[in-house]
Write a protein that binds this ligand. Structure first.
Ligand code: LLP
Length: 463
C-alpha cells in the first residue's frame, strides 16, 4: 500500500521509530471526506457530528465502543451503484460485509438485490422481507438444509461452487418439483487485491471450479443435463479491495471465452455474467477508489467488447459490492482509557474495544485512520498506536497514526471506514460484548443491532 516515509524532523516525540507511516496531516482536526461518511463534520465546539448528532451525545446514550452508521450515506452509495448500473444490470449487495434487518429494508427500498452466503444471512434477508427472487445464495459448502431452504424460498439464483453441489441442488430442486436458476462459479486464474493483480495460477484456493483443464466447461456440461437446474450464467469473483480494473478485464475475457465455448458446444447462449465484488474504498487518505459510475462504465465496455469479439449477445451483467457500499458509511467510536508514551518509540493509546470489534488490522495488516472526536486540539501531533483491551499484543486497531499530543483518558476517538467486515467479523474474545450498530439519520439515532450483554453471553453457556 502507498505510505510515505515520515519526513525528517520529528514532531512531539523527540525520536520517532524506524518505519513507514503517513506523515501527520497539516491539520489533525480536519476530517478527510474520502474516509469519513458523507454527513460527518464538526460542530461549533469542535465535536464530531454525524447526521446532525454529536458523538458525545451518542456515546452518552449508547455507550462505547459503538459502530455509528450514517444511514443517508448508506442509501446514497447504494443508490449510486444502482443508478450507475442502470436497468440492464443488477447490483447484489454482499451481505457478508454487514447485514441486519434494517440494512435489508434499505436495500429493498433502494432497488438493490442481495447476496447471502449462509443460512443465517438468508434467514435475516427473508425475515426482513427481501423478495426471494432478488436473493443470490453463495457458499462453497452449503448444507443440505441450507440448499433446501433456499430452493423452497425461491431464491433468484444459487451460485454453484463444486461438482457435488451441482448434483445436490439439482436433486433438491427436482424433489421439490422445481427448476432452480443457478450460476456456476468459476476461477479464471486471476487474483486481484488493492493496486495489483496477478493472472497466473490462482485456481489454488477453495472457491469455484477452475477454468483450467476444461473443468468449468465440464461443470456447465453436467449442469445443462439436469432437469432441476436452469443454468442462467457464470460467476467470477477475483479478490478484495481492488482499485485497478485490469484484473476484471482479464476475468471478463476468460468468462466470455467460456460463454463462447458453451455456445459452440451446446448452442446455448447463457444470459448472465456476474463479476463479483471486491471494489476498494479509502481507509486512509492515500487510497483513491473509483466511483460506481466509472466502474459500471468500465465493466460494461469490457464485457460488450469481449462479446462483440466472440459474436455473442451481450449478457446481463451483475456485480456484488459489499465493502464499497457499507464500508465508508460507519465509524467506530471508542473512549480512550490509557495513554502510555514509550520513550523513543510511540505512544500506545488503549481504547475500550479492540480486536473483538475490528479483527482486520490483526488479520490482514489493514490500515485505518483515526481522529480525536470529542474535541479539537492544537497540540503537536504524536505518533500513536491505537490498541484494544484484549490479552494479546497483536490487539491493534490502528497500527500507526498521529493524534494530538494532549490526548487524555476520557477523550473519544473515532476510526472511520469500519462499516464493512468489522461488526460482521466481530467476536466475543475475552468475553467481550459485541458493540451495537447505531444508525443516524436527519438528527435521529436508533440502534439497529443492539449491544450484547452479559446475559447474552451467559444464555449460551448452559453448563
Ligand atoms: N461476492 C463474492 C462472491 C465474495 O466472495 C465477496 C467477498 C464479495 C462479493 C464482496 O466483496 P467486497 O465488495 O465486500 O470486497 N473479510 C475480508 C473480505 C472478505 C471478502 C470475501 N468475499 C476483509 O475484511 O477485507
Amino acid at each position: 500500500m502507498s505510505r510515505s516515509a515520515h519526513p525528517a524532523g520529528p514532531r512531539h516525540a523527540d525520536v520517532l521509530p524506524e518505519g513507514h507511516y503517513t506523515a501527520p496531516a497539516d491539520d489533525l482536526n480536519a476530517l478527510d471526506p474520502k474516509v469519513w461518511a458523507h454527513t460527518v463534520g464538526r460542530d461549533a465546539d469542535g465535536v464530531v457530528t454525524v447526521g446532525g448528532i454529536a458523538v458525545t451525545q451518542l456515546a452518552e446514550e449508547y455507550g462505547t465502543p459503538a459502530y455509528i452508521l450514517d444511514e443517508a450515506d448508506f442509501r446514497d452509495r447504494a443508490r449510486a451503484w444502482r443508478t450507475a448500473f442502470g436497468t440492464d444490470a443488477d447490483v447484489f449487495y454482499a451481505g457478508k460485509a454487514f447485514l441486519s434487518r434494517a440494512v435489508v429494508r434499505w436495500l429493498d427500498e433502494e432497488g438493490l438485490n442481495l447476496d447471502v452466503c449462509s443460512g443465517g444471512e438468508l434467514a435475516t434477508a427473508l425475515s426482513a422481507g427481501m423478495p426471494a427472487e432478488r436473493i443470490a445464495f453463495h457458499g462453497n459448502n452449503k448444507s443440505p438444509e441450507e440448499i433446501e431452504r433456499a430452493v423452497r424460498a425461491g431464491v433468484g439464483r444459487i451460485v454453484l461452487d463444486s461438482f457435488q453441489e451441482i448434483v445436490r441442488v439439482a436433486h433438491v430442486a427436482e424433489s421439490l418439483g422445481k427448476r432452480q436458476p443457478v450460476q456456476i462459479r468459476i476461477t479464471v486464474g486471476v487474483e486481484a487485491h488493492t493496486h495489483e493483480f496477478i493472472a497466473t495460477a490462482h485456481e489454488d484456493q477453495k472457491f469455484g471450479i477452475p477454468l483450467a483443464g476444461g473443468q468449468a466447461a465440464e461443470a456447465v456440461r453436467r449442469a445443462l443435463q439436469l432437469d432441476g437446474l436452469d443454468v442462467i450464467g457464470i460467476h467470477s469473483h477475483i479478490g478484495s479491495q481492488i482499485f485497478d480494473m485490469s484484473g476484471f478485464e482479464v476475468a471478463a475475457h476468460r468468462v466470455v471465452g467460456l460463454l463462447k465455448d458453451v455456445r459452440d458446444e451446446h448452442g446455448v447462449e447463457l444470459a448472465e455474467i456476474d463479476l463479483g465484488g471486491g471494489l476498494g474504498i479509502a481507509y486512509t487518505s492515500d487510497d483513491d477508489p473509483r466511483e460506481p459510475h466509472e466502474i459500471a462504465k468500465a465493466l460494461s465496455e469490457i464485457v460488450t467488447r469481449e462479446c462483440e469479439g466472440a459474436r455473442l449477445r451481450t449478457p446481463r451483467i451483475s456485480v456484488e459490492p459489499g465493502r464499497a457500499i457499507v464500508g465508508p458509511t460507519a465509524f467506530t467510536l471508542y473512549e480512550v482509557g490509557t495513554v502510555k508514551p514509550l520513550e523513543g518509540l510511540r505512544t500506545y493509546v488503549s481504547v475500550d474495544g479492540g480486536m473483538s470489534d475490528n479483527i482486520r488490522t490483526a488479520l490482514y495488516d489493514a490500515e485505518y485512520s483515526v481522529a480525536l472526536a470529542s474535541r479539537t486540539s492544537d497540540a503537536e501531533p504524536m505518533l500513536v498506536r491505537v490498541v484494544g483491551k484484549h490479552c494479546e499484543s497483536g490487539d491493534i486497531v490502528v497500527k500507526d497514526a498521529f493524534l494530538p499530543g494532549d490526548l487524555a483518558p476520557g477523550d473519544l476517538i473515532a476510526v472511520p471506514a469500519t462499516g464493512a467486515y468489522c461488526r460482521s467479523m466481530a467476536s466475543n474474545y475475552n468475553h467481550a460484548m459485541r458493540p451495537p450498530v447505531v444508525a443516524v439519520r436527519d438528527g435521529a439515532a436508533r440502534v439497529i443491532v443492539r449491544r450484547e450483554t452479559e446475559e447474552d453471553l451467559l444464555r449460551l453457556d448452559v453448563g
